[in-house]
Design a protein around this ligand. Sequence first.
Ligand SMILES: *[C@@H]1O[C@H](CO)[C@@H](O)[C@H](O)[C@H]1NC(C)=O
Ligand SMILES: *[C@@H]1O[C@H](CO)[C@@H](O)[C@H](O)[C@H]1NC(C)=O
Ligand SMILES: *[C@@H]1O[C@H](CO)[C@@H](O)[C@H](O)[C@H]1NC(C)=O
Ligand SMILES: *[C@@H]1O[C@H](CO)[C@@H](O)[C@H](O)[C@H]1NC(C)=O
Ligand SMILES: *[C@@H]1O[C@H](CO)[C@@H](O)[C@H](O)[C@H]1NC(C)=O
Ligand SMILES: *[C@@H]1O[C@H](CO)[C@@H](O)[C@H](O)[C@H]1NC(C)=O
Ligand SMILES: *[C@@H]1O[C@H](CO)[C@@H](O)[C@H](O)[C@H]1NC(C)=O
Length: 341
Amino acid sequence: MKSLNLSFLEFSSPCRLFFTCVVVLLPFISLVSSVNNGTDKLALLAFKATITEDPYGVLSSWNHTADHCQWYGVRCGRLHHRVTGLDLQDRKLFGSISPHIGNLSFLRVLMLNNNSFHDKIPQQVSHLHRLRVLQLFYNTLEGEIPRNLSGCARLTQLRLGFNRLVGEIPVEFGSLLELQYLTLPENHLMGTVPSSIGNMSSLEFLSLSNNELSGKIPSALRKLTKLIVLAVARNRLSGSIPPSIFNLSSVMLFDIGENQIEGTLPANIGFTLPNIEIFSIYSNRFTGAIPWSISNATTLELLQAQFERAFGEHASFGPLKQAPSMELSILIIWGVEDTMI
Ligand SMILES: *[C@@H]1O[C@H](CO)[C@@H](O)[C@H](O)[C@H]1NC(C)=O
Ligand SMILES: *[C@@H]1O[C@H](CO)[C@@H](O)[C@H](O)[C@H]1NC(C)=O
Ligand SMILES: *[C@@H]1O[C@H](CO)[C@@H](O)[C@H](O)[C@H]1NC(C)=O
Ligand SMILES: *[C@@H]1O[C@H](CO)[C@@H](O)[C@H](O)[C@H]1NC(C)=O
Ligand SMILES: *[C@@H]1O[C@H](CO)[C@@H](O)[C@H](O)[C@H]1NC(C)=O
Ligand SMILES: *[C@@H]1O[C@H](CO)[C@@H](O)[C@H](O)[C@H]1NC(C)=O
Ligand SMILES: *[C@@H]1O[C@H](CO)[C@@H](O)[C@H](O)[C@H]1NC(C)=O
């Protein structure tokens, strides 16, 4: 938060003129009216009420003797004393996420990952217009992803991987222009990869691996010029990859293994992906060979490829000749993806 500059008070009374008085004091008046009036405390207590197991006892501090801004995992704004963060990661909490969470209207960070939250993600999360980080991965959440989470326009991280979510990836998410992380791996998501994802101009991490997605990789993804990770492995994707996707020069991890994707690799791939570290296309329906240009990709650490009908000559790799064994390769990929959930 920016600190207020009150230096003008040194020079004159700010309320000598009515106009100055209103202009100067309006922010304070609205600040005062939004100051903690009990709403947040009630919402937190309602959130606690649907948590039925708390083996580490972290929620015992959520009692009436302490101010709710002092409760475990709760962070408040210094000035307005409203709840801005709720961090209860890794606490083995069992329960559901109360819809009253939607009343924490100043919330910016919600991290409930690695617990045992079940049931649906409440629609009311979409009321949190200041929300930037939503981390719910490693739980057992069910049902569909609420469509109107797209109303949380300030989101930079939407990380819902390793749950039991079903349904489609909402097309509406394309309006999340500040989103940097969209990570939804290990769910049961179906349907296609929406073209609207190409509108998320800030996106750096896109991980949709281990779902039941079908259709083509949309060519609109070529617009994601900041993309570092493109992981859509282990789905039912088919068709060929739009050549422009290989023009995403910032990509370091490209993982589309275990789909039904066909086609050949562009000859200049080693030049168009200058930052590539992991390139994995095994278990698809590619034909042809690994282009010679790949030996120019000096950052490459792992290459996993397989060709249904091989023609042409495979590139030689120099140092890559001692490529790790397949088992080791897969382990490395999992290691990387663990940070992408
Ligand atoms: C607190 O203030 C908000 C508006 O600033 C209002 O909507 C809410 O009802 C108030 N809550 C309580 C418990 O007074
Ligand atoms: C949250 O807000 C809704 C709608 O304004 C209200 O009905 C509900 O009582 C509030 N919950 C709490 C715990 O204050
Ligand atoms: C209430 O919370 C405080 C810490 O915030 C803790 O010291 C105290 O033991 C708690 N009281 C009960 C009855 O659990
Ligand atoms: C999940 O939380 C537990 C502690 O409750 C911790 O031991 C474990 O390492 C965490 N797992 C991950 C993947 O962060
Ligand atoms: C999201 O949809 C639900 C149910 O349709 C509704 O209750 C909620 O108000 C909506 N939120 C927004 C921000 O539109
Ligand atoms: C978002 O993407 C879709 C599909 O690619 C497109 O039709 C739409 O016009 C885009 N919206 C904006 C606001 O750019
Ligand atoms: C990739 O980028 C190069 C250079 O900007 C351009 O000439 C080429 O047409 C692009 N290829 C595709 C398939 O978009």
